[in-house]
Design a protein around this ligand. Structure first.
Ligand SMILES: [Fe+2]
Length: 875
């Protein structure tokens, strides 16, 4: 011991009062007003997996409350329960924690295997930067100092494997009282820790051990810990944690219960608002007068209340109550309310009444605003957010900057998390456990964005990592074949539906109300908001897997490395991208302009194969079948429908922010797409075009006309390659890897689309902040079908009133050439060949129309004019 005797260390602790084995009178702590006190409440909680709003379990599925105690039910290493509301602030002073514990099977603690105790000084990836530290960042990818006992009678600080056995006699001891006390050390910069073990039944002190550490090492979150493993340092890679699974550590592995966890001291900071639950977060959408909202709940118990209420404020009072039953696996409460008054903002609150073991209840509310549909505003802004590996969770500066930019709609376009998000790898079954494992990661998404999603509509499109796959070719919902590349879903259908329920049950109704193969739910369909009509696509769910369907690549079935591989030979008949039904939806959607002036497609990834370099700077690929430039024919069929609506395309996935102009037969004859940047890049990709594959070398510039990996014409309007050697501090690392934020602004008056791309770690949204080089990009709505016109129809002159929708049909083929909302009171439609055409001119919201048949499109110029008078449909 340094400056204090052991007796002094425990003076004032409550263990002294209960044990009374040290005959000293306990003086009061120096400054009672600064002392924080915290105690768990599990004795009065019902049996359930969720431990309460003040706690985060790592991982959630391995902990539960049973009979008023906390239980760690799986004998696996590094299991922790962190408290959210109390942190050690690193200042000199007092600090103590105590807990009772025993084995789940009731046997003596020395009779089995394992270790248990505390973890302190828990800091995450932002721990190096005091300004950015966040109690939530400490919940994953974090290190700390363990202190506890081992089944072999060891008491330890740090690595349990190094504990000397036999330090305490555990024979016959079924309940242990562990107390950890810290006091100032020999110098102001040091603290002395003492860990004491007592037989909780007999009150006999069994032994103790001490350690002097730098005071700063105590800063961070506090936890109970079971089965201490080798500690992970701050910034430690999360995949290392999965390697610890099932790996025996020195003391072995056991299952334990804990109770009476208390924490107190003057070195602590308490924030009662740092809680999570019981209503975790919500997402909503508003389209066509239908509000859909999904509240995300924790895993509750059988005796818990199973319903969530939704109330809306009207004339200062809460009314219009609706109830929704919580889904037993997805833990979602999904509301669907028709006849919604979209003309004004509505304050709402979600309600949940929590029950307690003593029969008491507590009512919780979660409040937000359903914004009015901004139909009259010139610009609709849509955030493009994807690919968040949560390295900098909860990305507070990022989320605050997005709030500054205040998007009208958020499109989360995939990879809302990755398999290693929140640590501990993945669990693939059984279903209840794998569902909890999924929810834990999904909760990180909601926790990051909930202050935004409660007050504006949002969409969530599950991508491959959302369903625990590095890549997915969904094959219409088929189970996975012999390999991932042969296509299909790895996880069982009910689990996939947990993903679809949590992420998409708040979407506007799916176009196809029936599920696809295996009963997997469909979510693709239309949404209209702010007079922009969106097609929400599932571009992974129906895509064919390449393996066995394309000529062998000679290596990994989805990666072509051989420069001589004939990429056209991979365009085999019958291969799907969107699938027949989804393509039919796209076709119907392209012609449906109710309530809309502009159109956009939202999907997971872009419909081209742009990235040339994958994973590492020398990872050049000839082609990647995960990209949606393949299958070529199916991709072209989709783009032909999309361009008929002059629709812009928003996506994510690539971690290579870019704006590209698609080509089908020639450069720029289809739509423009934005592959938004990743929130936190994990796997990097680059654009290093070569003459051999892309038709032009990168030394001639990264922008302009190229060919993509599949031979499609590709025009690059903006792109940002990440660094090949990113700096190491977390925030610099993410910025260097081209993480960022994308926003698309649809100007309905001027019919322009402005694409913004903001670099990670900058104050985007504030005056003077710079976007990534080559952004912003501004395109015209008409640029989304920039194929040059070859002939012209008469100029249409419209009457007063709403601008009508004009559909141009080639009479010889019967083909709809395109449909759009006329941009102004006069409009001269173009065609792609001379000859007879029909114009269907309509105001679909009032049901009036006029059909003009046999109109001659003339090459060169057409000076004719037609005055259009719409009349009611004749039926
Ligand atoms: Fe991704």
């Amino acid at each position: 011991m340094n400056a204090l005797t052991r007796r002094q260390l425990f003076t004032g602790s409550s263990m002294l009062a209960t044990g009374a084995l040290l005959a000293e009178s306990p003086p009061a702590l120096a400054d009672e007003t600064r002392v924080v006190r915290f105690a768990d409440h599990w004795k009065n909680d019902l049996d359930r997996v969720w431990l309460g709003a003040e706690f985060w379990a790592g991982p959630m599925q391995d902990w539960r409350i049973r009979a008023g105690r906390l239980e760690c039910i799986r004998a696996l290493p590094g299991r922790t329960v962190q408290v959210l509301t109390v942190q050690h602030n690193g200042t000199p002073g007092t600090f103590s924690m105590k807990v009772r514990l025993g084995r789940l099977d009731g046997t003596a603690l020395g009779a089995g295997q394992g270790s248990a105790g505390f973890r302190i000084g828990i800091l995450g990836t932002l721990g190096d930067d005091p300004a950015l530290r966040d109690y939530r960042n400490n919940l994953a990818f974090s290190g700390g100092l363990d202190a506890g006992f081992t089944a072999q009678g060891g008491l330890f600080f740090g690595d349990a494997r190094k504990a000397d056995p036999g330090k305490i006699n555990l024979s016959g001891v079924q309940e242990l009282l562990l107390e950890l006390v810290s006091a100032p050390g020999g110098s102001p910069a040091e603290a002395t820790l003492c860990l004491r073990a007592m037989n909780a039944v007999t009150q006999q002190i069994l032994g103790e051990t001490t350690l002097t550490v730098p005071q700063a090492k105590l800063t961070g979150n506090l936890a109970l810990a079971a089965n201490s493993g080798p500690p992970l340092g701050p910034g430690g890679k999360p995949d290392k944690t999965s390697k610890l699974e099932n790996e025996p550590v020195g003391p072995g592995l056991g299952t334990f219960w804990f109770s009476d966890w208390s924490i107190e001291g003057s070195s602590l900071t308490q924030h009662d608002t740092q809680t999570f639950g019981p209503i975790f977060f919500n997402h909503y959408s508003l389209s066509g007068g239908i509000l859909k909202m999904t509240a995300q709940m924790p895993p509750l118990g059988e005796k818990d209340n199973q319903t969530v209420s939704l109330e809306v404020q009207q004339d200062g009072a809460w009314s219009f109550p609706a109830g929704a039953v919580i889904h037993p696996l997805a833990r979602t409460a999904a509301f669907r309310i028709g006849g919604w008054d979209a003309g004004q903002d509505h304050a709402y609150r979600l309600g949940y009444q929590q029950k307690f073991a003593d029969g008491s209840t507590r009512q919780y509310y979660y409040e937000g605003t359903v914004r009015r549909d901004p139909v009259d505003r010139e610009v609709l802004s849509v955030a493009d957010i994807s690919c968040n590996i949560h390295t900098a969770f909860p990305n507070t500066p990022y989320a605050e900057n997005v709030a500054q930019l205040n998007p009208d709609l958020i499109a989360f376009v995939g990879d809302q998390f990755y398999e290693n998000t929140a640590g501990f790898g993945t669990v693939n079954g059984p279903l209840e456990v794998s569902s909890l494992d999924y929810l834990r990661k999904w909760y990180f998404h909601g926790w990051t964005w909930r202050s935004l999603t409660k007050d504006r509509p949002s969409l969530c499109l599950p991508d491959d990592h959302d369903v625990y796959q590095g890549n997915i070719w969904g094959e219409g919902g088929a189970p996975q074949g012999p390999t991932q590349e042969s296509g299909g879903y790895l996880m069982e259908a009910e689990w996939v539906n947990v993903v679809h329920r949590t992420q998409t049950s708040h979407h506007p109704d799916a176009w196809d109300g029936q599920p696809c193969r295996q009963g997997i739910l469909n979510y693709y369909g239309p949404m209209t908001y702010g007079r922009v009509s969106f097609a929400v696509l599932a571009d992974r769910q129906f895509k064919s897997g390449p393996q066995g369907k394309v000529p062998p690549t000679g290596g990994r079935a989805d990666h072509v490395s051989d420069a001589k591989y004939n990429i056209k030979s991979a365009d085999q008949p019958g291969l799907e991208l969107l699938g027949e039904k989804q393509l039919a939806f796209l076709k119907a959607w392209a012609g449906d302009w109710r309530g809309a002036d502009m159109k956009a497609v939202i999907s997971q990834t872009i419909f081209t194969g742009m990235a040339t370099t994958h994973g590492q700077p020398k990872g050049d690929l000839r082609a990647d079948f995960d990209a949606n430039g393949w299958p070529q024919a199916a991709r072209n069929a989709a783009l032909r429908e999309i361009r008929k609506a002059f629709a812009f395309h928003m996506a994510g996935d690539q971690h290579l922010p870019a704006v590209v102009h698609y080509g089908i037969d020639s450069h720029r004859d289809a739509g423009v797409a934005f592959a938004g940047p990743a929130v936190n890049v994990g796997y990097p990709r680059w654009w290093h075009p070569t003459t051999q594959v892309n038709g032009r070398d990168q030394r001639d510039g990264l922008l302009g006309d190229f060919n993509d990996a599949f031979g499609h014409p590709l025009s690059v309007l903006a792109v940002r390659n990440g660094a090949t050697q990113p700096r190491r501090p977390t925030m610099d690392f993410l910025a260097d890897k081209a993480s960022g934020f994308g926003m698309v602004r649809f100007n309905k008056k001027h019919r322009t689309i402005t694409v913004e791309c903001w670099p990670f770690g900058t104050a985007f949204g504030t005056a003077g902040a710079a976007q990534m080089a080559t952004w912003p990009v501004v395109i015209q709505q008409s640029g989304n079908y920039a194929r040059p016109g070859a002939a012209w129809l008469p100029e249409l002159i419209f009457e007063a009133g709403p601008l009508p929708v004009v559909q141009v049909v080639e009479e010889a083929s019967g083909e709809v050439l395109y449909t759009l909302r006329a941009p102004s009171k006069s409009f001269k439609p173009h065609t792609f060949a001379a000859g007879k055409h029909t114009l269907r001119i309509s105001d679909p919201d009032s049901g009036r129309s006029q059909v003009l048949s046999g109109l001659e499109a003339r090459a060169g110029s057409n000076g004719d004019q037609i005055k259009v008078t719409l009349s009611a449909y004749s039926g």
